[in-house]
Design a protein around this ligand. Structure first.
Ligand code: TYM
Length: 331
């Protein structure tokens, strides 16, 4: 069975971007692939969380994975730091990852621009750790949002470079995956770029947000003065609202508001009210389950232990073979 790996950084509550870009695909893939879904707590160390925050955020992502419908019986759900084989492979891959290519990564350049006071080596080698996460299980498909595309290209480079160096075909090439033809980018509510955890107040709708909070955030979303020419192109902040509508609302609703926009009769208040209700509807089951699962410490422990065991079995096999290939042999 084809192998699938993906993960989400444990830096806080998950938002609609994480759900539609990644988790929705996780849930759909778990029946037909051998899936490994993990919580990237090692990756979150680049921003120096306190021990309490680190633990709380890992728990939150685990709860939300389960609430969204990832089934620990069908997929392997684990916490990255429970599988030390990943960090060993990361070290080996680092020996063949070059400064130039790491510095050119778009996400690294963004981080340097946003946090010039914290340009650490972990940030620079972030894509190497990501490659280790993926190829430790020899995955070929990686369900991710559009923003991870370049990281996947780097993962392929690192896998191929290892193969070339040791003159074998040990690691297969991993590719970004989405059930639709294109990778997804969910925009934020602030009229700028993508929805993200660190994009500022009001940009992201979280899966754990209450209906009141969702209504408030959507009603505050940035809009313009409205169209005055029929069929005119939408400005970015309006297009963003339509893009969110595309994933949470029915086709009829979308067409209804497209027509109102195109005939210059749209009232943004109505559009936002509908969008808020459709987001609330699309996330209600998950929201309900988050509360129940978060209180069930015994279940969370069981899931984490089972996942760690299954992930280590797979990762352990790879690392034993990799050591042999590299030339670490016992006397
Ligand atoms: P992270 O935690 O930033 O995001 C997790 C997943 O959510 C997707 N995503 C989005 N998709 C569409 N629209 C958005 N606005 C949006 N925001 C986030 C991301 O594309 C991602 O799929 N480096 C990864 C975590 C990671 C990983 C891996 C992923 C570590 N190792 C190995 C895959 C395989 C990250 O920071 O994602």
């Amino acid at each position: 069975m084809e192998i699938v790996v993906s993960g989400i950084r444990s830096t806080g509550n998950l938002h609609l971007g994480n759900y539609y870009g990644a988790i929705q695909n996780f849930v759909k893939m778990q029946d037909n692939y051998n899936c490994f879904f993990f919580i990237a707590d090692l990756h979150s160390l680049t921003t120096h969380p306190t021990p309490e925050n680190l633990h709380g955020n890992v728990k939150q992502v685990l709860v939300e994975y389960l609430a969204a419908g990832i089934d620990p019986e069908r997929a392997t759900i684990y916490i990255q730091s429970d599988v030390p084989e990943v960090t060993e492979l990361y070290l080996y891959l680092n020996m063949n990852a070059y400064m130039g290519e790491l510095e050119r990564s778009t996400s690294f350049k963004d981080k340097v621009r946003d946090n010039p006071e914290n340009v650490n080596a972990g940030l620079l080698t972030y894509p190497v750790l990501m490659a280790a996460d993926i190829i430790i299980h020899k995955a070929t498909k990686v369900p991710v949002g559009k923003d991870q595309e370049q990281h996947l290209e780097m993962s392929r480079n690192f896998a191929n470079r290892f193969n070339r160096l040791y003159n074998n075909q040990y690691f297969p090439e991993p590719y970004a995956f989405n059930f639709s033809d294109n990778l997804v980018k969910i925009p934020g509510l602030d009229g700028k770029g993508k929805m993200g955890k660190s994009e500022g107040e009001g940009n992201a709708v979280f899966l754990s947000d209450s209906p009141e909070v969702i209504r408030k955030k959507v009603m505050r979303a940035v809009t313009d003065g409205g169209p005055n020419i029929e069929n005119q192109e939408k400005p970015i902040e309006i297009q963003n609202l339509f893009d969110i509508m595309k994933v949470v609302s029915s086709t009829d609703t979308l067409i209804h508001f497209e027509n109102l926009y195109n005939s210059c009769q749209i009232r943004y208040g109505d559009l936002k009210k509908q969008l808020a209700e459709d987001i609330i509807g699309a996330t209600s089951d998950i929201r309900e389950r988050i509360k129940d699962i978060a209180d069930d410490a015994a279940y969370l422990r069981k899931v984490a232990n089972l996942g760690a065991e299954k992930a280590r079995e797979s990762a352990g096999k790879t690392i034993r073979e990799v050591r042999e290939i590299i030339g670490f042999r016992s006397f």
